[in-house]
Design a protein around this ligand. Structure first.
Ligand code: ZN
Ligand code: ZN
Length: 357
């Protein structure tokens, strides 16, 4: 008989590939829940239940997941996994591939502490598997209540938790602390200054009043960009280009389809000039429904002399692989690797952010 594979690893791999393919949340959840339910089971019981067909008696395990487990234990690659691998997405061209290969980490990600679907540990393990050296955890700030934004107190607790998780992660990889802080109506940032100063990386984004009048939005963004705590300006225009499911899982799952949304109106040349002046990086957000900024604005930011961060804004582990989409757009616009801050090591990145505050 063939040697058994690791059925939990196979289930997690399937979940990852489904997330990466932007499949519906409930499908992903079936595999993640089964992996979680089975992870606590003694190996002997797992084998026995797979043998006598009683895996489905366990909460969280259905027919499809049970079949995958049985196949894994028999030493076969589960059919479900094989099909997913066989039908995977398109290849990148050489320039985008080179840019992706130069990235050592991701500076914008969410966990189930705010509106992500997975625990910090799961996100970190997926980042390790992708070959990253670091992952910046950037859960939301207090005013974004729909996304369970973290109060100052919860953020402090998260910092302690991240320190513990880091101690258990493989050497050569670490989670950097961070936040996706709301840029408020007056351009100030939605978190205490002492906390913003303590975090490794601060991404700032506009999530409200996206239809602000041009001069107001420009003032708002200029003030945020000039704030020394702000390292990266997130999804610059706020646009939503597709109505596909967003694939967000977990307690904050809004369960809706993302609506399309127009770009917010602001003086892009003034904002990019300020980014260059204050050395604030412009995010290239890789989410398929955002693709923000649009290519014409990436080109203008490049001409203005801005740095960039190619981020996934992942809300689930499989979405961490969406960086490829951002790289594709960056490469098309001619963004060189030396303008991209996440080609730096964790040490270089943190030295840069702390130097700025
Ligand atoms: Zn955001
Ligand atoms: Zn985000």
């Amino acid at each position: 008989m063939a040697r058994a594979r690791d059925p939990i690893a196979d289930l997690r791999r399937i979940a990852f590939l489904l997330e990466r393919a932007n499949e519906a949340t409930y499908r992903v959840r079936a595999f993640r829940s089964a992996a979680k339910a089975l992870a606590g089971l003694p190996a002997a019981e797992l084998t026995e239940r797979a043998g006598n067909g009683t895996l489905t008696e366990l909460a969280g395990v259905g027919d499809v997941t049970a079949r995958c487990v049985a196949e894994s234990l028999a030493g076969e690659e589960p059919v479900y996994l094989r099909r997913l691998v066989a039908t995977e997405g398109s290849d990148l061209d050489a320039e985008a591939t080179a840019l992706r290969a130069a990235l050592l980490g991701d500076c914008h990600t969410h966990s189930d502490w705010s509106d992500g679907g997975s625990p910090i540990e799961e996100m970190a393990l997926a980042a390790v598997e992708l070959g990253h050296e670091y992952l910046v955890l950037t859960d939301h700030s207090p005013r974004l209540t729909v996304a369970r934004g973290l109060t100052a107190e919860r953020l402090r607790r998260q910092l302690d938790h991240v320190a513990q998780v880091n101690a258990a992660l493989p050497e050569g990889f670490r989670i950097l602390t961070g936040i996706e802080v709301d840029i408020l109506a007056d351009g100030s940032l939605d978190q205490d200054d002492d906390l913003l100063a303590r975090l490794d990386v601060v991404v700032g984004s506009v999530h409200s009043g996206l239809k602000d009048e041009r001069s107001k939005m420009t003032r708002r963004m200029l003030k945020a960009v000039a704030n020394p705590h702000l390292d990266i300006l997130g999804h610059v225009t706020g646009r939503m280009v597709s109505s596909r499911p967003v694939g967000v899982t977990g307690p904050g799952d809004r369960g809706h389809r993302a609506r399309t949304r127009a770009e917010s109106d602001f003086d892009a040349d003034a904002v990019f000039a300020a980014c260059a002046e204050h050395d604030t990086a412009v995010e290239i957000n890789s989410r398929p429904e955002r693709q923000d900024p649009p290519k014409r604005l990436i080109r203008r930011a490049l001409e203005a002399g801005c740095r960039f961060a190619i981020n996934t804004d992942a809300h689930a582990p499989g979405q961490l692989d969406w960086q490829r989409f951002g790289c594709e757009r960056a490469a098309l616009c001619g963004v060189p690797a030396d303008r991209v801050i996440n080609t730096w090591s964790a040490e270089q990145l943190v030295a840069w952010t702390h130097n700025r505050t």
